[in-house]
Write a protein that binds this ligand. Sequence first.
Ligand code: PRX
Length: 662
Amino acid sequence: MAEEPDTDEGTELEARLAEGETYEPPASFVEQANVSDPEIYEEFEENWPACWERAADMLSWNQAYDTVLEDDDAPFYRWFTGGELNASYNCLDRHVEDGAKNRAAIKWEGELGETRTYTYSDLLYEVEAFAASLRELGVEEDDVVTLYLPMIPELPIAMLACARIGAPHSVVFAGFSADALATRMNAADSEYLVTCDGYYRRGDPLNHKEKADKGLRGVDHDVETVVVDRLGDELNHFLGASAHDYEELVSEHEGESVEPVSRDAEDMLFLMYTSGTTGQPKGVKHTTGGYLSYAAWTSHAVLDVKPEDTYWCAADIGWITGHSYIVYGPLALGTTTVMYEGTPDYPEKDRLWDLVEKNDVDIFYTAPTAIRAFMKWGKQYPDQHDLSSLRLLGTVGEPINPRAWQWYYDHIGDGECPIVDTWWQTETGGMMITTLPGVGEMKPGSAGPPLPGIDARIVDASGDQVEAGNAGYLTVNNPWPGMLRTLYRNDERFLSEYWQEYSDEEADEWVYFPEDGAKIDEDGYITILGRVDDVINVSGHRLGTMEIESAIVGVEGVAEAAVVGGDHEIKGEAVYAYVILEDDADATDSMRDRIIEGVEDAIGPIARPEEVIVTPELPKTRSGKIMRRLLEDIASGNELGNTSTLRNPEVVEDIAAQVGND
Ligand code: PRX
């Protein structure tokens, strides 16, 4: 049963939060923190960009770099130029060589209760065997290998195997549809795919191979496919003509050693597709030297990761959070990273707390959407477990409301763990705005100041900084090592998406625009308000409204669609689809089902509309522009402002009545 909210406690809490109550990190945390000297901000500022050597020094380089930052071709910045390194060597071999070969690298928890632990030497052994297998299939340096795998150990193994031989990986989230897989493989000309037969969700096996096969039919070139057997006999592990069995391949190469390829710092480590304003996903390119340094540095400074820790980021590796903070950051630091295959409420709603207790997790990192769900389920679930191993908590992906922050602080951290609310993006590679947990006081709901070395500002439409207390647009006014280098094969879009808005090209002043709105207070703390483009954030997952709209208009009988985000208690935002049908189509349930199916087929269940509202017209301005803001207000149940400037104000009432918010 969900916990009854205690109204007295609730009201008092709201009042305290509204007053902007702040929290100091506990002394016991500060004493042991990787970073606890507030001077770090000045040190970085005074010594910029050389300060970033600290990040690069967290890695082992085969060839020392000559220059920290080269900006002659800005905004195509180059970091640690002349340096050479290998990411898999940094995540594996060096720890084995340093005497940590028997330390657990990955502790995997399967949904059905099975576990697998890979020590650093086990992981190296597997990675080498799979790296040799990829080579046997013909993978060469710089070939893009697509990984369409759920949360099973073979995913990080495949990532590190690719990194070892210098083949960039492109991980496609397993929840994405067949079409989404095909689009990404075509865009990257990727000729290799690693996938699996299936995986479990709430105890039931899902057929993943069928989806991968369907996706492959949409790929416009030949593909070599490797299939991991996750389900044993549960599903027929059917390979198809050109597919290889992972186990078979690996067993042929067991015990082989594969030299880590020395990569230039600026060589691509991976590609990650993310949603943008247009229908076509953006292929964000990350490099070996800058990205890995940044992932390692932020894991050290913000997540306070130490080699002897057990660290758990409960995200999916299919998103950037999992790349940087399940795989690359923690493994580069030689810690133990926990990986959980399943959902947080299976078999019971205490599953995550059970895993924290069982594994003595020190650091836990998740998304506000999960925290809001935990809060709704009630504190009795964490209360059943001993969570005293926890030292630090983190959140990422969307704004956290102060109440959820407070609940996390009280009921998971027992008032003793600092919380880092970390703002960043697929493009930034790692965290950008957050408190340093051993330094700064926390303000629930506000991410905090920019990290040392990051010049984030809040500006108005003309690019001038706003006064404290005001809202505006977030910008980043200097480069950082983890930044994307370009959009894959699309430098023009890279320039227009991120650098056009606030840069002064003539003056060679480049300003990165992340497309978020934000507010700044007198202490320089930044509160993120959300996206200012047509991207919505559902459960911390970024979705382009245009992508969803084009899926909907692809459904037979649909004439026009407008998709917006509406407030949602758990998900933060949910997808609302306003649809105009063709004259001969009827607004039946089956029509709505087909629309939902269309979205699931084109993108995946995460983009599933919460509501499909069929309307004869969309509210438009006199110049014919769809009033999206109004559609958002209707979806969120907000008070509707003046609609008299509309060409067709009469449709508003009708639409609002359907959403049930009139
Ligand atoms: O709007 C911001 C929101 O998530 C967007 C980036 O999404 P994505 O590239 O998928 O990466 C998510 C994980 C890093 C941002 O533009 N966002 C991310 N973190 C926060 C956030 N909004 C508020 N607070 C955060 N801590």
